[in-house]
Design a binder for this molecule. Sequence first.
Ligand SMILES: C[S@@+](CC[C@H](N)C(=O)[O-])C[C@H]1O[C@@H](n2cnc3c(N)ncnc32)[C@H](O)[C@@H]1O
Length: 224
Amino acid sequence: MDRRPDQVAAMFDHVAAKYDRTNTVLSLRRDRVWRRATRHALAPRAGERVLDVGAGTGASTVELGRHGAYPVGLDFSLGMLAAGRQTRPELALLAGDALALPFADASFDAVTISFALRNLADPVAGLRELHRVTRPGGRLVVCEFSHPTNPAFRTAYLSYLVRALPGVARVVSSNPEAYDYLAESIRAWPDQRELAGWISEAGWSRVAWRNLTGGVVALHRAER
Ligand SMILES: C[S@@+](CC[C@H](N)C(=O)[O-])C[C@H]1O[C@@H](n2cnc3c(N)ncnc32)[C@H](O)[C@@H]1O
């Protein structure tokens, strides 16, 4: 699959029903730790407006409102949004495209994207759109799968991705084929340094990153 927007949206529509549970199982419950770390890195303060792009069912969005900020989630899969509205009716979850955000320039204090940048047809264009809707001095955090830095751990992880993950997905997911795509897209994704370069290229300053779970996930931070 070549990240065609209609195919990506349809794929997420089909995993939506069991998405949250599948995530927790496949990540061996690390998803909660990664979401908490994303909130810490973004540091949303009470009263701030925070945008979560590619919010899916809102699992990443709900974490951002824990200390009084106003999070808004946006996604183009109506299936994911419907699942999120059922489980998290209190959240503001909107339909929209990450590459043409339906917001005015500089309308958010902080923006974030968790496990969704990899799915965009043009990730640098997505980073530019996030930059456009962030106020000067505002913050970005990208939470995305990355590449483990320890060679032995990296080999074990790649073998998990290719061998174990599709089998587990067959048992827990409503659309196991989507998880073959997941493994492929993670392997093809740039490493930490290259992604930092893309973020700078999109106009962001003070780009830095830190690894979670040995680099299975990386958090990239930047300022507008
Ligand atoms: C792996 S899910 C991540 C969901 C959520 N952020 C989380 O951490 O659980 C990726 C989401 O990105 C959304 N997505 C991909 N491309 C998009 C685009 N161009 N515009 C809006 N949403 C998009 C998909 O529909 C999907 O819900």
